[in-house]
Design a protein. Structure first.
Length: 133
């Protein structure tokens, strides 16, 4: 039987969420999303699609900068079965120009399944978000 391979792959996806302000500095966040992995290797652990659910705490660092920390639940759709994993989530970003509703962010995740192999069990995402108010 062949080895199970974890995969480095490009990914496209979406997520929607909400921020619940606790005060001027801290907010709780929750988000749900889906993804599609592109160009998977043979024998990979991951399906080419799945869903995730995130929850955590966001901190306003400056007038235009923020960071957050949280946990994430992942479900990779495998047809007859699925793979579930928990991840730790850390992100940060800021406003784009004068528009305080459009923001850039960088997000990192470390999956719990193989925390002893963090260098081979993580994900880095760069994106844009828009805040509806």
């Amino acid at each position: 039987e062949g080895a199970v391979v974890k995969d480095s792959s490009k990914m496209v996806g979406f997520k929607v969420g909400a921020l619940y302000p606790l005060n001027d500095k801290y907010s709780l966040f929750g988000q749900i999303g889906g993804y599609k992995l592109l160009s998977l290797n043979d024998g990979t652990l991951w399906s080419d699609r799945g869903a995730f659910l995130d929850a955590g705490l966001e901190v306003n660092l400056t007038e235009s900068g923020f960071m957050g920390i949280g946990v994430s639940w992942w479900n990779a759709d495998q047809g007859d079965s699925s793979i579930e994993d928990i991840a730790l989530l850390l992100y940060g970003g800021g406003d784009i120009g004068e528009d305080t509703n459009t923001q850039w962010y960088v997000e990192g995740r470390i999956f719990e399944d193989d925390t002893d192999q963090i260098s081979d069990n993580n994900m880095l995402t760069v994106g844009l978000r828009y805040l509806f108010q």
